[in-house]
Design a protein around this ligand. Structure first.
Ligand SMILES: [Ca+2]
Ligand SMILES: [Ca+2]
Length: 215
């Protein structure tokens, strides 16, 4: 509740209950309800209360939202997947269902969202899957959210590295081999380059085939 100053009306003392409603007027143009309170104590001036009213005539601001990615830059090997959490924040209006899509993906890469839509404020987990044939290099991924008459986009960078660049530093070298060797005969996902459930000589042969690539 707010109060406004009008000519001839002074503020009364707060906290008193010795008042009565003298009248109420609703202005449909400004969507405000004016109530005049009369005070029984002569030393306290009458008071005008002003309420903003939602009368369903469309005075509410339209639905809108903002998107933000948890990470502005992601690195992923070929034939691997990476996730980014996308937060959709309610900006104005009543929340509506927003569905997500991705564009700008490198060749062979696909994106999925879980959930595929949600009502802001909410988050969705975006997963990008690359193929062994997905070209290495840095690209810009665009995420678009659409719903309730509003559309918003955000972008982030995706850096695709050669298979075998386990630490995603842009080159396949002895550091990657050290990481693989430390996970030898385990099911470590990052070192299991062919995703067959075990880190072994097959993975090393893939790493070896890209030796010093990307440098
Ligand atoms: Ca590396
Ligand atoms: Ca393997």
């Amino acid at each position: 509740m707010t109060e406004v100053s009008l000519p001839g009306i002074e503020w009364g003392q707060q906290g008193s209950t010795s008042a009565s409603i003298a009248g109420a007027v609703y202005d449909p143009t400004s969507h405000k309800l004016y109530i005049l309170g009369l005070w029984t104590q002569p030393e306290i001036a009458d008071r005008l209360y002003v309420f903003s009213v939602n009368d369903g005539s469309g005075t509410n601001p339209p639905f809108d939202f903002a998107l933000s990615p948890a990470s502005s830059s992601l690195k992923v090997m070929q034939s691997n997947s990476i996730t980014n959490t996308i937060t959709s924040t309610l900006s104005t209006g009543t929340t509506q269902n927003v569905s997500f899509s991705a564009s700008g993906l490198p060749t062979g890469a696909t994106a999925s969202f879980s959930p595929t839509s949600c009502n802001p404020t909410c988050t969705t987990t975006m997963t990008i899957q690359t193929l062994a044939s997905t070209p290495v290099g840095i690209g810009t991924i665009t995420v678009t959210g659409t719903g309730g008459g509003a559309t918003q986009t955000i972008t982030f960078n995706l850096d695709v590295n050669y298979r075998g660049d386990i630490n995603n530093d842009g080159i396949v070298n002895s550091i990657d081999w050290s990481i693989m060797n430390a996970h030898w005969f385990t099911n470590n996902a990052q070192s299991d380059i062919n995703h067959d459930g075990i880190v072994n000589s097959i993975d090393f042969s893939i790493l070896n085939s890209n030796w010093f690539k990307g440098g």
